[in-house]
Design a protein around this ligand. Structure first.
Ligand SMILES: Nc1nc2c(ncn2[C@@H]2O[C@H](COP(=O)(O)OP(=O)(O)OP(=O)(O)O)[C@@H](O)[C@H]2O)c(=O)[nH]1
Length: 465
């Protein structure tokens, strides 16, 4: 909420400064930001925030000398429009799992379509009000109002999507954000400082590759942010230019520019949504391919790959421990309690082990009721004690299945890596001692003892205890 207030106050100040400095201003952008924030944080906004945002829309207009009646009409219509648009979207727009509106390729045109009642409503209301009070011609005013608000919607869409994500993303990927944002920043610099028409037009043409580049980065919020900023400055600059050099009437020119920016914005948004959707799908698929369906932990294939990579990257004087665990008499559990209960036992067992082991250790289901754990903590003694602790802890504290205690024991085989050993050798040794643990009465942990600092010769013969 503090963020919302700070941003609202800032946009108000920017709006006032711009209004005082000239007739064509950032005020529509500040309105869009205020409206966007209201929409984005709708459920958390109280009447005080709404008041501050409304003042943010009102004060710049008032200070610039706009007629009080006109300000009241514009502000009321804006508020009604926001309400209408919000309700349309809330009721009919499809949402992602994260509860965001702009979530699929289909949602870009959907957003536009659903905003139409609000746009048309605001155009009719605004033009009606202005006609009644100032005698302005109804139809041209309505058309102009509609076009004006159309771009505002495109602009506050990025604002809605951008603000919460920008802050989150800047923590994680500050450099990548900066890299993607650089072309936009350069373009803005060009728009603000280039005075010559020729150079300006060259800079303006850059907006197209910039938006496409942002969109191709697949990053939805950066794309929308780029659209918002580039679109805004492009628009403001060209309105200034139109006054001095261009033969069009202001209204026609405004409409043309708005249409161009809108089309560009939509193209870029559509590409960005498509790419981010594809990326989401890829990450979902790769998660599915690497994880066990039932327990959610790594599957054998992913574990083997990760363990091989981890072991081969270890220096010779660094160690790790492979632990193989197998639930005792699991077949009886299935036979006695049913397969479904057996599944629950497997799931609960994984949750219990996850609670015991430190973060970032590889833990996987490598068979029906067989699990592997690669402990790569610094202390070898700690690894061994941890494996023993898991076995003891499972035996001591029953799992809770369907709100009832469920006693269980496991057997484990552990082996410490010595210099030059490969994953498959470790797995073979761990499996051998696991077999011994089973034969020796189960509910125990056995270690494969091997001589250290020997090179992995084919005739290497470790001793088994
Ligand atoms: N519920 C359930 N059972 C499974 C799953 N995968 C394998 N199993 C069962 O696990 C049992 C494994 O049995 P065994 O290999 O005989 O081993 P055990 O009964 O645990 O005996 P020991 O390992 O010798 O202590 C079999 O009955 C499999 O049907 C699964 O995903 N869900």
């Amino acid at each position: 909420m503090i963020t919302l207030l700070i941003i609202t106050i800032l946009t108000t100040i920017v709006g006032i400064l711009e209004r005082v400095n000239g007739p064509f201003s950032l005020v529509w952008l500040t309105n869009a930001i205020s409206i966007g924030l209201l929409l984005r944080f709708y459920q958390h906004v109280n009447w005080r925030h709404f008041l501050v945002c409304t003042l943010g829309m009102l004060i710049p207009d008032y200070l610039a000398g706009t007629d009080a009646h006109q300000i009241v009409i514009m502000t009321s219509v804006n508020i009604i429009t926001i309400w209408l648009a919000y309700n349309c979207l809330n009721r009919f727009a499809s949402r992602s799992e994260e509860n965001e509106w702009l979530c699929t390729l289909y949602s870009v045109p959907q957003w536009l379509l659903l905003c139409q009642p609000a746009l048309i409503g605001s155009a009719l209301l605004g033009a009606g009000g202005l006609s009644a009070i100032f005698g302005k011609p109804f139809l041209p005013t309505a058309v102009f109002w509609y076009l004006n608000e159309s771009l505002n919607f495109i602009v506050f869409l990025p604002v809605i999507l951008t603000f919460p994500k920008t802050s989150r993303s800047s923590d994680d990927h500050f450099l990548s954000t900066l890299r993607h944002f650089l072309p936009s920043a350069l373009l803005l610099f060009a728009f603000i400082f280039i005075k010559s028409e020729v150079y300006f037009l060259m800079a303006a043409i850059l907006i197209i590759p910039t938006l496409i580049w942002l969109a191709l980065s697949g990053n939805l919020f950066l794309t929308t942010f780029g659209i918002s900023l580039n679109g805004a400055f492009f628009f403001i600059w060209i309105i200034h230019a139109s006054h001095r050099h261009l033969p069009f009437t202001e209204n026609i020119y405004l409409s043309v520019v708005r249409t161009i920016v809108t089309v560009l914005a939509l193209c870029a948004l559509t590409i960005a949504v498509a790419i981010s959707e594809r990326d989401k799908l890829f990450s979902k698929l790769s998660k599915l391919a690497d994880h066990d369906d039932l327990t959610g932990i790594l599957n054998r294939r992913a574990f083997t790959k990760a363990a091989e990579a981890a072991i081969s990257s270890l220096k010779d004087n660094h160690f790790c421990t492979l632990v193989l665990m197998d639930i005792d008499f699991f077949k009886r559990i299935n036979d006695e309690w049913g397969h479904q209960k057996g599944d629950k036992v497997l799931i609960e067992f994984c949750r219990r082990v996850e609670k015991i082991i430190p973060d970032n250790q590889l833990f996987a289901r490598v068979g029906g009721e067989e699990f592997a754990l690669l402990l790569s903590t610094a202390s070898d003694k700690y690894n061994r004690e941890l494996a023993e602790l898991i076995v003891k802890e499972i035996a001591r504290t029953p799992l809770i299945i369907d709100n009832e205690p469920f006693p269980l024991t496991i057997s484990a085989g552990i082996v410490k890596k010595v210099a030059g050993q490969k994953y498959e050798t470790l797995f073979k040794y761990a499996d051998q001692v696991l077999y011994q643990a089973k034969n020796n009465g189960r509910n125990q942990c056995r270690e494969y003892l091997q001589v250290e600092n020997v090179s992995p010769m084919p005739d290497f013969t470790p001793s088994v205890t």
